[in-house]
Write a protein that binds this ligand. Structure first.
Ligand SMILES: *Cc1c(COP(=O)(O)O)cnc(C)c1O
Length: 362
């Protein structure tokens, strides 16, 4: 089996056990005589799949009963519009914090729909830190506050949950299921599934019930959370296959990784291997403030564009793929999501050491 260590930021590596289960069930799912890809989303066999997925996520994340779990399409980016269209319900105002490219896109999109205030931005230092904010920094009459919890491109993460007068909405695309989060601290959490949960095509929304039902009159039906909630995410055909895989991934976290506490411990171990090495030498540099370091996306540069390019190329040839950083940061980015085994990170660090030895800087 020639599997590589895949450090892609998304779509990204999935647990091998999950891939094996999907392969073994591909031709005949649970005696149905067909693949999950082929079955009606209204069939009883599929009903069990989607219900199991939701139940497992609820157990795993300890999602309270007064929150809905929605399985949607359109990626996290569609939520950049859906959030204001649903939640600018009282005063038409929302507060945004920009800490990277996705939160900036969310902010720009929201501006089409209401009075959107930029509360703080870390763009002044190329998003290498997370602003320290208190309740007083936010407008008391805003309908919601939006943040991006883990900044996939820049490799930073909020190290605290800000206190806000209005419900907090968080894009958790690249950190959901990586560690426990207190769901009750959020009005809504959303995540594109292709980082840590499933193949691309599914967006999970977890939303407090009292926030449903006040969508703007111009909100497209397909983006209306209430419509989706009332229809069990089946107003139309849901992303059936992705929901099936998300259920298997959630079960893997629960049964094989010790739930979100176990997952966090494992993710911390992995991240430490990489950050400890980065801190121990000066060939590679991580540009971010320590407090803001992401456990999922680790960025580093050599400081020399040609060396960076050489690194990405030689790493790929050695079986460490998708390490090229995003163009806005340059250098390298190792996305070490849940499914990346620790051996992959340890082996990457060995490769980094050898590369530094073989390519002294002039
Ligand atoms: C990948 C990502 C997005 C964009 O997700 P799509 O599903 O491609 O729209 C948004 N926010 C974060 C934090 C991401 O990591």
């Amino acid at each position: 089996m020639n599997r590589v260590y895949n450090f892609s930021a998304g779509p990204s590596t999935l647990p091998e056990k999950v891939l094996e289960i999907t392969a073994s069930e591909l031709m005949n799912y649970n005696g149905s005589g067909m693949s999950v890809m082929e079955m009606s989303h209204r069939s009883s066999v599929y009903e069990t799949i989607i219900q199991d997925c939701e139940r497992t996520l609820r157990r795993l994340m300890q999602i309270p009963d007064n929150y809905k779990v929605l399985f949607l399409q359109g990626g996290a980016s569609t939520q950049f519009a859906a959030v204001p269209l649903n939640l600018l319900s009282q005063n038409g105002k929302a507060d945004y914090v920009v800490t990277g490219q996705f939160s900036k896109k969310a902010y720009s999109e929201a501006k089409k729909y209401g009075d959107i205030r930029l509360v703080a931005s870390s763009e002044d230092k190329n998003n290498t830190y997370i602003p320290r904010l208190t309740k007083e920094d936010f407008r008391p009459d805003a309908d919601y506050v939006h943040i991006c919890f883990n900044n996939t491109i820049f490799g930073t993460k909020w190290d605290y949950i800000p206190e806000t007068p209005a419900p907090l909405v968080a894009d958790m695309s690249s950190c959901i299921l990586s560690e426990p989060f207190d769901v009750t601290k959020f009005g809504m959490i959303y995540a594109g599934a292709q980082k840590n949960m499933a193949p691309a095509g599914l967006t999970v929304v977890i939303i407090r019930e009292d926030l449903l039902g006040n969508a703007s009159p111009i909100c497209p039906t397909m983006l209306d959370y209430k419509v989706m909630a009332d229809n069990g995410s089946m107003y139309n055909t849901p992303p059936c296959w992705c929901i099936y895989v998300a259920g298997l991934v959630a079960k893997w976290v629960e049964e094989d990784m010790g739930g979100l506490d176990g997952m966090k411990a494992y993710n911390q171990e992995k991240a430490e291997v990489l950050y400890d090495y980065l801190d121990s030498q000066d060939y590679y540099k991580n540009p971010n403030e320590k407090a803001a370091r992401s456990m999922m996306n680790v960025t580093f540069v050599t400081g020399d564009k040609d060396l960076d390019a050489k690194f990405a190329k030689e790493a790929a040839a050695a079986g460490f793929v998708n390490l090229k950083g995003h163009r806005s940061v340059g250098g390298m980015r190792a996305s070490i999501y849940n499914a990346m085994p620790k051996e992959g990170v340890v082996a990457l660090v060995e490769f980094m050491k050898q590369f530094a030895k073989d390519n002294p800087k002039g």
